[in-house]
Design a protein around this ligand. Structure first.
Ligand code: FE2
Length: 435
């Protein structure tokens, strides 16, 4: 998997990420060959074991097993990938039914009164490599209750897999991360898991999970959950990225946090000129782990004529939090059509969007009419193209939503779709009276 990611274009990002003057933000790599920094970049490419075609600015791997896709990242943990994501909700039982029936997640494990847990209940669902935990409180005034009262249903835990959770805790806290959970061993008949955790923006936490000595279904204490109701999966595969919305002027602070504390590097930056419509604007920076497996874009509002979607989020979420979770699929047309049939609501883009798709993105494998029918957007970068679509908010408050994404080479985030998307979101805001 690493090898294919490496050879399919991540190394281009590696070069960008480590030559700051030539490759900041969204500058296309094809300018590489004409850059005054080309000699420095070529020298860097030799050092890290890649070969660069200076005429096209294309780099290919020569090393057999690179340890990093983004050498600019410190990556001292190192992160092995997303482990699971936990949503705190007011009614986990009903939420679990929605995630099964609409999004195709499969029941996996359970903890609650029947398993001896008296204060909370958790349903664990899985689809592809993505594990989702839905938790609600069984007692008043718990931290879960307080979270839901303050933010509504939302992402509490972004758990990350590490080879050594004690070391991950030591490395991050000594660099300034506030502790959330001291290293803790939990065991059952299936072995032992070591967990630790740190706080991040808002009330969101990162929990580091070391599970090399565990072969149970999920975590110790959970029992298999096998209800009679099963809805088929829809082809969701894994978390691609999770976006955080932070308050005015806080984006750089949180990007620096990921850089300092977790050894991430800045992959791409978008300013308010990239992401603005007639009325609203935002700024965004994408932070990535060295392996490229974990990406956290961070958004903050920017000044516009009217209230931006980020301000609306901050109002309803009562501060910073996780805005959207992008989930990758290998067949977005099939995934989205199944989700639509099951009642998932997606943002609407006008049919005229498709009039210029081929001009903007060139030839693509998919049938344009099928994409139009499902409202799926297309964007291209120097590595390939991507297909993406966004759900409407999935809870009562206009906060958390999902992105469904299929990458066909492209490693970017759909910059060419920002304008159409944000106009669509503005239309939703107008209907909510929050623009
Ligand atoms: Fe996204």
């Amino acid at each position: 998997m690493l090898q294919s990611a490496w050879s399919s274009g991540l190394i281009n990002r590696a070069l960008k990420a480590t030559t700051p003057t030539a490759f900041t933000a969204v500058r296309p790599l094809r300018t590489f060959g004409h850059s005054p920094s080309v000699a420095a970049a070529a020298s860097y490419a030799r050092r890290v074991g890649v070969r660069m075609d200076a005429s096209r600015g294309v780099a290919t791997a020569t090393a057999d097993k690179p340890t990093k896709a983004f050498p600019g990242a410190g990556d001292f943990l190192p992160l092995e990938g997303f482990e699971h994501m936990e949503i705190y909700c007011s009614n986990a039982k009903q939420a679990a039914h929605w995630y099964q029936s609409v999004m195709g997640f499969q029941p996996l494990a359970y903890s609650g009164l029947e398993t001896g847990v008296k204060d909370k209940t958790s349903y664990v669902l899985r689809q592809g490599n993505m594990t989702l935990v839905l938790t609600s409180s069984l007692v008043p005034n718990s931290h879960i209750d307080k979270f839901v009262s303050s933010h509504g249903d939302g992402v509490k835990t972004i758990a990350l897999r590490v080879p050594d959770a004690r070391q991950a805790f030591a490395e991050t806290t000594k660099r300034g991360a506030p502790a959330h959970m001291e290293p803790t061993e939990v065991s059952d008949a299936n072995g032992t898991v070591v967990m630790s955790g740190i706080q991040t923006y808002g009330d969101v936490v990162h929990v580091f999970i070391e599970r090399k000595n565990y072969n149970g279904l999920f975590l110790p204490g959970f029992q298999p959950w096998s209800p009679p109701f099963r809805a088929p999966p829809v082809g969701l595969e894994r978390i691609d990225h999770i976006v955080g919305n932070v308050d005015w002027g806080q984006m750089d602070k949180w990007c620096k946090y990921y850089e300092d504390v977790m050894g991430f590097t800045n992959l791409i930056s978008f300013d308010d000129k990239d992401i603005s419509t007639e009325y609203t604007a935002l700024m965004s920076k994408v932070m990535t782990s060295g392996t490229g497996y974990v990406k956290f874009p961070i958004n903050e509002p920017a000044k516009g004529k009217k209230k931006s979607q980020i301000e609306e989020y901050l109002d309803f979420n009562n501060g910073a939090g996780a805005q959207h979770v992008a989930i990758a699929t290998k067949d977005i047309i099939s995934t989205v059509s199944q989700m639509r049939q099951r009642g998932c609501e997606f943002l609407y883009v006008p049919g005229t969007y498709y009039d210029t798709v081929t001009d903007r993105c060139g030839q693509i494998d998919e049938d344009l009419e099928a994409l139009k029918q499902q409202g799926i957007l297309v964007d291209r970068d120097e590595d390939g193209y991507l297909l993406q679509i966004f759900t409407k908010p999935v809870c009562d408050r206009p906060t958390l939503f999902f992105e469904i994404i299929q990458r066909k080479g492209a490693q970017s985030f759909g910059k060419g779709n920002f304008k159409a998307l944000f106009e669509s979101i503005e239309e939703e805001q107008r209907r909510r009276g929050t623009l």
